[in-house]
Every structure is written in structure tokens, then in C-alpha cells.
Design a protein around this ligand. Structure first.
Ligand code: GLA
Length: 406
């Protein structure tokens, strides 16, 4: 599938900028999407989260053009973006997909990196919201810029990728204007094949856990309900938890909500008068506890116990954090009832987009049929289903043996 995508982006590159008889200097990059096993909406509360990079993602083909301007075309979006990397770049109004690219360029320019004029073609096969297509693009552009300019913030690959993740997050926070946490950029820059990443969002340290599920698999379920992360609800949740922290900080001496242990939850809730803020705190503290339990269950091979935590996470996101919505609740509710399913939950920012299901591999076909039909009846359009394969982080494609499926 990705070979198809690579060919499509290559065709777009040539049709936009002319055939290149000399392919020297043309560089290709792949930047994945991410799933999140558990630990939702707590990366910006100093939490531990448990994401992984997947097989879907963004292809970027680039070549210096000697023109002093960056030109970008996409197979997914109309039009061309063209800008002077050293110019006074500003986000577009209304927001535009080019902002993700410009925002990353701006961050390298701030570091005095001389970003050259480039011809760029991009294309993604990320099936729906909740898998972080924005971070996939930002991190891919950052990896491209570092490869083309030779810039690196550290000789140590891991340390450099941590810095690259923070840079990509700054691009999204400051240029695009979405106050996202660090989970997506970190997962995409630091992913490891067949491993989930227990990521400490305070310092981006990571413990890699092999994902060995035996007879079970991870299935991405797409509600096909559109949502935009830029919508105010995400930023509002951040404001709510910051407000809650300002109440709890003087009492408990914590600098982040996730520092509150689960056995202090009732004491914390007793300090909060506003029931809405109380629900937000209950989600954050209980979700943090579920992440630690989930990592222990995964490493001891307790796949069933792991699945129960996914269900509990969804309920908390639905009732306490209120970021699901009718489509996701319908889809996840249907999923949880099916034979062979050990657990299911929404993923990412929520309000639509994708969820994750832990299911017996031999039951996937029947699941897709039954849940597909029931979802269509209830919602009026189709959901989509994709087996998740855990892949590596963003890299330059150095040969056809990059791990792409032919
Ligand atoms: C989005 C954000 C992340 C994280 C998730 C929710 O994907 O980009 O930083 O907050 O939502 O867990």
C-alpha cells in the first residue's frame, strides 16, 4: 500500500516540478501516524502515556530547487503552497494545511538553520482523525529539514529526536495555534517497530514495551465523523485542567495533575467545588493510574486485563472528560459487545475520528461485518476498520527495502 503512495507522490512531484532525469538530490521520507494504547488527554498534565507509531503515515519527497522559495504540493489537498523560508511567515486566515509546514520552518529559522529553497511533494494515507496526521506532517518536515541541512541538535540520535519532537510541538502550539501536548510528536519521532512507548510527557523519556498479543490484534476503527483539532473544545479542556491544578497545587504541592496518586483522588475532589472540574480531575488521575496498570499487564502477558483498562478509559473519556460524542460512543459501544473483543476505546483528541479495539484476530472479519452494519443503521453512514501494525518512527527512505509493503 505504501509503495502505491510513494509512487503517487513521485508522480505528483514530477508533474508539478517537471521530470527529473537526474534523481540525485531527490530525497524521500516517511513519517508515520500514531495510535495510543491508553493515556488519553493526560500528556499535557505531565502524564505517562502509551502510544506507538503505525504503518500509515505521510510520504515527503523533496529536492533543493536553488530558487530561494519552498514550494509544496500535496496529493491530499488542493493548491500549491509557496513561501520564502527566511521571510516573515505568518499563519494563514482561515487556517491552511501549509501552516503546519511553515510553522516547522519558522522553528528551524529561529535556530539559525539556513533552510534552502525546496520543491516538495507530500501525500498521506492516514485513514481518519485521532491518528495525528498533523504531527505526522510536522515531524516529517522536521526530519526532512535536518536531513537536507545536516542540522542536528545532538550527536545522540535519541536526544536529537527528543529536541525535534519539542520543536514540532512548538510549531503546532505557536504557529498553528493548537495547544497540543507532546505525545504525538514524540511517538512519531521516537517510535520503534513492534513496540509501544511508555512515554513520560514531562521529559520525553521512554520505556519501550514489545507488543505481543498472542491470538489478539489491535484494530483501528474509524467513526468517519469529521472533527477538527483546532476547534475550541481541545484548548478548553486544557484550560479546565490548568484551573483545577491552580486549586490543587497549593494543597498537594504538585506541579502537574498527574503527580496526584490515585489514593489522593477523593481528597483532591473534596477541594473542588465545581463538579465539571471535579470530573476532569477524576479522568486525569484515574487515566494515569490505568496507564501504569496497562504497562504492567502488557508486560506480564495479561491481555484480558489490558482490555478491561481500555473499556474503563473510554468510559472515563465519555463521562468525566466528555470528549467522545454520539458516533464514537456508538462505535465503541458496539465494539465492546462483540465476541472476541477484550476492550475498546476512543483515541486521540476525540469528538469524532478513530478508536482502538483489542480483538481476537480470528474474529476481525465477523466484527467488521456486524459492527459495520449496526453502525450504519444507527448513524447513517459507514465506519471503517483497519488492522494496526506497529512500525518505526519517521525516517528517510533509503532504499526500496525500507519495510514498505510492495
Ligand atoms: C491530540 C493531541 C495530543 C493529546 C491527544 C489526547 O492528539 O495532539 O497531544 O493531547 O490529543 O490524548
Amino acid at each position: 500500500m505504501q509503495m502505491d503512495l510513494l509512487n503517487q507522490v513521485q508522480d505528483l512531484f514530477e508533474s508539478s516540478y517537471g521530470p527529473r532525469p537526474n534523481s540525485e538530490g531527490i530525497r524521500r521520507f516517511f513519517s508515520p501516524a500514531r495510535i495510543n494504547l491508553i493515556g488519553e488527554h493526560i500528556d499535557y498534565c505531565g502524564g505517562l502515556v502509551f502510544p506507538a507509531a503505525v504503518q500509515f503515515g505521510t510520504i515527503i519527497i523533496a529536492q533543493p530547487n536553488g530558487l530561494g522559495t519552498v514550494r509544496v504540493v500535496s496529493i491530499n489537498e488542493p493548491g500549491e503552497v509557496e513561501f520564502n523560508p527566511a521571510g516573515n511567515l505568518q499563519p494563514a486566515t482561515p487556517a491552511h494545511w501549509g501552516d503546519y509546514i511553515k510553522g516547522v520552518v519558522v522553528e528551524y529559522v529561529k535556530l539559525n538553520v539556513d533552510v534552502p529553497g525546496l520543491d516538495v511533494a507530500i501525500g498521506g494515507d492516514i485513514p481518519g482523525g485521532g491518528l495525528s496526521s498533523s504531527a505526522s506532517l510536522e515531524v516529517g518536515i522536521a526530519v526532512m529539514i535536518e536531513a537536507l541541512t545536516g542540522y542536528s541538535s545532538s550527536d545522540d540520535h535519541f536526544t536529537n529526536r527528543q529536541a525535534l519532537s519539542w520543536l514540532a510541538q512548538r510549531a503546532e502550539n505557536e504557529f498553528v495555534g493548537v495547544n497540543c501536548g507532546i505525545m504525538d510528536q514524540g511517538a512519531i519521532a521516537l517510535g520503534k517497530k513492534n513496540h509501544a512507548m511508555l512515554m513520560d510527557c514531562k521529559d520525553l523519556s521512554i520505556n519501550y514495551y514489545p507488543v505481543e498479543l498472542g491470538d489478539y490484534s489491535l484494530l483501528i476503527v474509524n467513526s468517519c465523523k469529521e472533527r477538527r483539532l483546532g476547534e475550541s473544545a481541545y484548548n478548553r479542556r486544557r484550560e479546565e485542567v490548568e484551573q483545577a491544578l491552580s486549586i490543587l497545587q497549593p494543597v498537594f504541592g504538585v506541579t502537574a495533575l498527574c503527580e496526584l496518586p490515585i489514593d489522593r483522588l477523593d481528597d483532591a475532589l473534596a477541594c473542588i467545588d465545581d463538579p465539571l472540574l471535579g470530573r476532569r480531575v477524576r479522568h486525569v488521575v484515574s487515566e494515569q493510574d490505568r496507564v501504569s496498570q496497562a504497562a504492567a499487564k502488557l508486560s506480564s502477558g495479561d491481555v484480558k486485563g489490558f482490555g478491561k483498562l481500555l473499556n474503563a478509559s473510554h468510559l472515563s473519556l465519555q463521562c468525566d472528560y466528555e470528549v467522545t460524542g454520539h458516533e464514537l460512543d456508538t462505535l465503541i459501544g458496539l465494539a465492546q459487545e462483540q465476541p472476541g473483543v477484550l476492550g475498546a476505546r476512543m483515541m486521540g483528541a476525540g469528538f469524532g475520528g478513530c478508536g482502538l479495539v483489542l480483538i481476537k484476530t480470528s474474529d476481525v472479519e465477523q466484527f467488521s461485518r456486524v459492527v459495520g452494519a449496526a453502525y450504519r443503521t444507527e448513524i447513517g453512514y459507514d465506519a471503517k476498520f483497519y488492522p494496526a501494525e506497529i512500525g518505526a518512527g519517521a525516517e528517510e527512505i533509503v532504499s526500496s527495502s525500507h519495510g514498505f509493503q510492495q
